[in-house]
Design a protein around this ligand. Structure first.
Ligand code: MN
Length: 273
C-alpha cells in the first residue's frame, strides 16, 4: 500500500502529524497502539512491516479474553515515525482529536510476516508494555468482510490471556505509555503540536522565579494580626479518623500516606523547614 493514501488524506500545513517516509525502525518490528478520540473513540493497532506501519482501527480495543473477537478495520499504512506520535490532530482535519500512545513495543511474527499478511492470517507475539503473549489478526471473508477491510483481532490462549471479567485491559489501563497522561491531560496540554515530524513544546516557559523570602508578605501587614513572641513549639494539625469523608465542594480529598510532618516557618524573612 505504501504511504500514498496516508499523504492524500492529510494537509501537513494544518496537522502536526509526521509526513514520514518509508524507512524501518531500528528493530524493524515496531508495535504500537494509539488511543484515538476522533469522531468515534477507537484504538489504532499498528505493526511495522516493510518500512511502514500496517494499521487497523479497533473500535472496542483489544480484549485479553480469547473468546472475544474484536473488529479491526484495516486502514491506510502509516509512516514508522507515526509510532511516537502523541498529541492533538486539529479539529477539522482528517482524524481530528486527541491521540494517546497507549502501548508500544515489538511484535514477533510467528511465521513469514509478508506471507501471513497476504493470506489475511497474521499470527504473532506482542512484547509491549501493556499487551503481551500471542495474538492473531484474521481477515474476514464473505459478506461481513467489507471488501477485505474487516479483520478480527483475537487473543490466543496462553499465560497472558484472561477470563471475561478481567479481560477489559482498555478500561483498566487508561494512561499513556509515553507520558503517563490521561486523554484529558493530553487534550489540555497544548504541548504536542508537531512541526517537521518532531514534537515542539508550545507552552510558554514561565519567566517567574520561585518566590524569594523578601517577596513574601509581611505578616504584620495582615488584617487582624497580632504581634507575639516566637512560639517555643508548634503542634501540627493531625488527621482525624472518621467513618466517612466529609462532603461538600469546600473539601479536597487525598489518600493519606504515613510519613513525617514538615512545618514551614517564616522568621526574620527566612524560611525554615
Ligand atoms: Mn485513528
Amino acid at each position: 500500500m505504501g504511504l500514498k493514501e496516508y499523504h492524500k488524506k492529510r494537509d501537513f500545513k494544518k496537522t502536526g502529524e509526521p509526513r514520514g517516509n518509508e524507512k524501518p525502525s531500528t528493530s524493524g518490528r515496531l508495535y504500537i497502539i494509539q488511543k484515538h478520540a476522533a469522531s468515534r473513540l477507537h484504538y489504532d493497532f499498528r505493526l511495522e512491516l516493510d518500512g511502514v506501519l500496517k494499521s487497523w482501527a479497533v473500535p472496542k480495543g483489544p480484549s485479553l479474553d480469547p473468546t472475544d473477537k474484536r473488529l479491526a478495520v484495516h486502514v491506510e499504512d502509516h509512516p514508522v515515525d507515526y509510532g511516537s506520535f502523541e498529541g492533538i490532530i486539529p479539529k477539522n482535519e482528517y482524524g481530528g482529536g486527541t491521540v494517546m500512545l497507549w502501548d508500544r513495543g515489538e511484535w514477533e511474527p510467528l511465521g513469514d510476516p509478508a506471507e501471513m499478511y497476504k493470506k489475511g492470517d497474521l499470527k504473532f507475539a506482542l512484547h509491549g508494555e501493556k499487551l503481551q503473549g500471542t495474538w492473531a489478526l484474521v481477515r474476514m471473508s464473505g459478506k461481513m468482510s467489507d471488501g477485505g477491510k474487516n479483520w478480527l483481532l483475537i487473543k490466543k490462549k496462553d499465560d497472558a490471556a484472561r477470563s471475561k471479567k478481567d479481560s477489559e485491559i482498555v478500561k483498566e489501563e487508561t494512561r499513556s505509555v509515553a507520558s503517563g497522561r490521561s486523554m484529558d491531560e493530553i487534550a489540555d496540554a497544548e504541548d504536542s503540536v508537531w512541526k517537521n515530524g518532531q514534537a515542539v513544546s508550545t507552552q510558554k516557559k514561565s519567566k517567574k522565579k520561585p518566590a524569594a523570602a523578601e517577596d513574601l508578605p509581611d505578616p504584620a501587614s495582615l488584617k487582624g494580626s497580632k504581634k507575639a513572641a516566637w512560639p517555643k513549639s508548634v503542634k501540627p494539625q493531625l488527621a482525624t479518623l472518621t467513618q466517612d469523608p466529609p462532603a461538600g465542594d469546600q473539601y479536597l480529598h487525598e489518600i493519606k500516606f504515613d510519613g513525617y510532618r514538615i512545618l514551614c516557618l517564616l522568621k526574620d524573612k527566612k524560611v525554615k523547614l
